[in-house]
Write a protein that binds this ligand. Structure first.
Ligand SMILES: *Cc1c(COP(=O)(O)O)cnc(C)c1O
Length: 267
């Protein structure tokens, strides 16, 4: 690939890591508590590879088709080990496609979707095993090696009607229900922050997710003790999210540059 482009991705990723570290220090947190997930939507496989070679180990895709399209290029020998998370709206009929390539679904926002995922993991494990569901791990914790998929509960913390996610008032109940499903391992919570120029409004949306985590962990509901992750913050507002307790920020533009607009791409 174009050397300039590779150098730019490396430099951008390093700059984002510095931003995370500075934000963590400013908040009195250990920078190692915050991991960087690269949102790779619309990026060609070679750019994703460049990011992996520059030290990325956590990737997120929004669309099942794109995930499946770039999956094979990232599954060849020599590609640095990484985790692939699904971070977009997941339709029921795309569940198997996503399970084939992702190790975690961050966007569980209904019990119906959680049940579909749980059943799909069970089915995949029962039939062709690892080949049918590359992302599905097993847990030794129950001694039986039950196949499990990592999940986050997505919460709409901004109240914006265009945003996905369960309502904050319903999140504890959904979280408890997800925690009880045998083939899902609840790892935490995800949100897309408020779309606002007012930092205070954005901060509130992130603090709401942190408060929910506290509430759920305090509840002691079975299967929720591992729900410690807070996936929140993007290129434009990661400092606010880290200050509010983010353990994972999802960054695209700041590493890969601006994505083509749909109009430009279609022209
Ligand atoms: C694209 C995307 C991001 C990253 O957004 P940037 O502004 O490009 O950093 C984060 N989270 C989700 C769910 C996304 O779709």
């Amino acid at each position: 690939m174009d050397e300039d482009r590779r150098t730019r991705i490396e430099a951008n990723a390093a700059a984002v890591r510095r931003r995370i570290a500075a934000a963590a220090s400013a908040a009195g947190r250990d920078p190692h508590e915050v991991s960087l997930l690269l949102a790779v939507k619309t990026q060609p496989a070679e750019d994703i590879l460049a990011a992996l070679r520059a030290g990325a180990h956590l990737l997120g895709h929004n669309r099942a088709q794109e995930l499946a399209a770039t999956g094979p290029a990232l599954a060849v020998p020599g590609v640095p080990a990484h985790e692939m998370h699904f971070i977009g709206h997941l339709q029921g009929n795309k569940v198997n496609q996503v399970l084939r390539w992702a190790t975690c679904v961050q966007t569980v926002d209904s019990l119906r979707l959680a049940q579909r995922l749980d059943q799909a993991v069970a089915r995949a494990a029962g039939s062709a095993g690892a080949d049918a569901a590359a992302g599905v791990g097993t847990t030794a914790a129950d001694g039986g090696g039950t196949p499990v998929l990592d999940v986050f509960v997505q919460v709409n913390t901004s109240g914006e009607p265009t945003k996905a996610g369960t309502h904050p008032d319903e999140a504890p109940e959904l979280t408890a229900a997800v925690g009880a499903l045998p083939h899902l391992r609840l790892r935490g919570f995800m949100t897309v922050g408020a779309h606002s120029d007012d930092d205070g409004v954005v901060r509130e949306s992130y603090e709401r997710l942190a408060a929910l985590r506290g509430q759920v962990l305090a509840s002691g509901a079975p299967g929720t003790a591992g729900a410690t992750e807070l996936s929140m913050g993007m290129s434009g507002d990661l400092e606010i999210a880290v200050a509010a307790g983010a353990t994972m920020v999802r960054v695209g533009t700041a590493v890969f540059g601006a994505r083509p607009t749909p109009e430009a791409a279609g022209a």
